[in-house]
Design a protein around this ligand. Structure first.
Ligand code: VG1
Ligand code: CO
Length: 543
């Protein structure tokens, strides 16, 4: 088998975003596009000679084709071994786990996560470092630099490797080790949680629905929930991963997982319900008659994590992304442990986790995780909820009410304006930044602005600085609004507006979130001119 050095030239726009490089699938399938990016990753980490990498993806359209290309490029670069899931399937947290357990030199994850999949939709590639986490900004910066100077890439001339069944195969001098994508991950979950208590919970008649949204968590959820934990068959819905996720957005939120939300709000509601996203790192938590916001879920998990064996020794600290509500900060305060506020994106939690300063992390975008891997982990969050419910034997609604009574509630919602004109969105952000200093002290419809700032972050572990991470408007009565532009979209710009209002009084904690936030929503539109500038009279998504 011979190695070809293919002449290429830099392709514009291969800058990794919040979570790797995401583009339309057709773009990725275009000449040299995937190859250029993969070679840039290899170059940025000093080559792959003699190295062992993990490779896997969420099964979306182009997953296996891309995997075969990456395998041939790794072999051409002299890699010693690639560990991949059967059919190149691995959920993001399972990939993170394999990278860590097998002490590899990192891994490549093929996913555009919660973005839809298919020939007309999205594809993505990201690199995770040997700690199992998404490459931090210095590494993604080096990858981007490489994409700008690349003139050739190396690829082995060979046919496809059989990755349909577990086992070891050779590709030139490289070992391709195909593993069952679920087993190592399931073993880890069994170490963290009290499976016996959860089995007893199911045996007692507790009912659950898990919506895998035709994405990668299907096989994991089936094996763990219906297999190891004895939940009745049919507990896991939409469990077969499909290349186009059945035509939907594999995004577990009240808009894209509406059928599940309708189910828990209806007469035949199960006790508990959950959903995960394309690559299995997000989670949505529901109970009979209730939707638990991701920010509340993080706070509730943090307050009760000690009930699960893996966290019985307590937490070192709690980290949340800046737009995530401040609910978990109050839990940290009560537990007398540090609370960290990071920019959006899981890569910013890596240092805190590695340094042992945070144990639990979370994002308002339905991401929750812990130091067990270095990615957010959808099924992990579901199992921690189950473990807590198995110990406390109360309903989700009761647990949430108990939490709010003790810690206060934060009414919370994110409004997304998708695929808006990029220039208009950038201008909105710039104008808000410029107007910031004048806004302080002004009153809009009864709400007085206390201050406006642009969030920047200095990593407490390595001192690295990330600036321009979103505009924040604080009000004297405690409300907060955050503005950010998405770094995962593939069309135009997506404006995210995060709205939050603390309510300590249990008598006033039972409003609908949109109603409770209605004043703030109007005021924020007034201040930033969202509807006039975007030409939209309502957001595309409200979480
Ligand atoms: C979004 C979320 C962010 C999350 C990221 C990746 O980023 O806001 O919290 O970490 O997606 O999630 P952005 O830049 O579009 O706001 V996933 O499940 O796509 O790996
Ligand atoms: Co995801």
């Amino acid at each position: 088998m011979s190695i070809t050095s293919v002449t290429t030239q830099p392709i514009e726009g291969q800058k990794p975003g919040t979570s790797g490089l995401r583009k339309k699938t057709k773009v990725f399938m275009g000449p040299h596009y995937l190859e250029n990016f993969v070679q840039a990753v290899f170059n940025a980490i000093g080559g792959v000679e003699g190295k062992t990498l993990v490779l896997g993806g969420d099964g979306r359209y182009f997953n296996e084709r891309a995997a075969q290309v990456i395998l041939r490029m790794a072999a051409a670069g002299g890699a010693a071994r690639i560990i991949t899931g059967q059919n190149a399937l691995l959920s993001t947290p399972a990939a993170s786990n394999l990278i860590r357990r097998r002490r590899t030199d990192g891994g490549i994850i093929m996913s555009a996560s919660h973005n839809p999949g298919g020939p007309e939709e999205d594809f993505g590639v990201k690199f995770n470092t040997p700690n199992g986490g998404p490459a931090p900004e210095d590494v993604t910066g080096r990858i981007f630099d490489e994409t700008k100077t690349l003139t050739s890439y190396k690829i082995l001339e060979a046919g496809d490797v059989d990755i349909a069944s577990p086992g070891e195969r050779m590709l030139a001098d490289m070992v391709v080790e195909v593993v069952d994508p679920v087993s190592d991950y399931a073993e880890l979950m069994g170490e963290l949680f009290d499976f016996k208590a959860i089995r007893e919970l199911f045996a007692s008649g507790f009912t659950m629905r898990f919506d895998a949204m035709h994405a990668v968590t299907g096989p994991y959820a089936k094996s763990i929930l219906e297999g190891a934990l004895g939940a009745p068959a049919g507990t896991v819905m939409n469990d077969v991963p499909l290349p186009d996720f059945g035509g939907g957005h594999p995004d577990p939120n009240p808009v894209w997982a509406k059928p599940l939300v309708d189910l828990v709000m209806g007469a035949d509601a199960p006790d508990f319900a959950a959903a995960s996203d394309g690559d299995g790192d997000r989670n949505m938590i529901l109970g009979r008659g209730v939707y638990v916001t991701p920010s509340d879920s993080l706070a509730i998990l943090a307050a009760n994590a000690h009930l699960a064996p893996g966290y019985a020794g307590g937490l070192a600290g709690i980290a949340r992304s800046m737009p995530t509500s401040r609910a978990s900060d109050r839990v940290a305060e009560a537990l007398n442990i540090p609370a960290f506020e990071t920019p959006t994106g899981w890569k910013f939690f890596g240092n805190l986790l590695d340094a042992g300063r945070a144990t639990l992390c979370g994002e308002e975008s339905a991401g929750t995780g812990s130091d067990h891997v270095r990615e957010k982990d959808g099924l992990w969050a579901v199992l921690l909820w189950l473990n807590i419910l198995a110990v406390k034997r109360m309903s989700v609604a009761e647990l949430v009410a108990e939490h709010w009574a003790r810690f206060g509630r934060d009414y919370y919602s994110r409004h997304d304006y998708e695929a808006v004109d990029a220039e208009a969105a950038t201008k909105l952000m710039a104008d808000l930044k410029a107007a910031g200093p004048e806004l302080a002290g002004q009153t809009f419809a009864g709400l007085t602005v206390s201050n406006v700032d642009e969030f920047g972050y200095t990593d407490p572990v390595d001192g690295s600085i990330s600036s321009s991470q979103g505009m924040r408007i604080f009000f004297t009565s405690g409300e907060r609004a955050v503005f950010r532009l998405s770094g995962t979209g593939t069309v135009g710009a997506t404006l995210r507006v995060y709205l939050e209002k603390p309510e300590p009084d249990p008598e006033k904690q039972n409003l609908d979130a949109q109603d409770a936030l209605s004043e703030l929503i109007t005021v924020v539109d007034d201040i930033a001119g969202i509807s006039t500038r975007t030409g939209r009279d309502a957001p595309d998504v409200r979480t």
